[in-house]
Write a protein that binds this ligand. Sequence first.
Ligand code: FES
Ligand code: FES
Length: 161
Amino acid sequence: MTAPVAISLTVNGERVDTHVLPRLNLADFLREQLSLTGTHVGCEHGVCGACTVRVNGDIVRACLLLAVQTENATVETIEGLSDSGEIADLQAAFRERNALQCGYCTPGMLMAAQDILAQDLDADRDQIREHLSGNYCRCTGYHAIVDAVEATAKARKELRR
Ligand code: FES
Ligand code: FES
């Protein structure tokens, strides 16, 4: 039996010192050991985007990363972004435009959407679609999601003026 490995990292602003099995992926670590079940697991092969989280500021697919690879990293999940208020406007835009139905894709979609909003508030619909193209949604047809992201970009730009 493989022995657990000690890891230390920061998750949603909190220091975490724990032990993980070497083959445990980050998505399962977050869900099973830290009870952060907002990170969803769909394909487990890096295709659907349901498990999208931020590691050291970049969005990654948590099913493709081993928990041990996040030693000393800063990890942010949908719970962290939601609790901090960072995406409150984006969440409201999703609700207002019915950009979610079953909600399974939504945490990963919000993480990816916030990523492009942080990079470029001038992104057009094609660029938004391209940025979200690795996040699959089986329910909405994407149109309302793009509407919500576009509206949030516009509102954030207005706030900067
Ligand atoms: Fe990670 Fe699908 S569960 S990309
Ligand atoms: Fe159901 Fe996107 S809202 S998969």
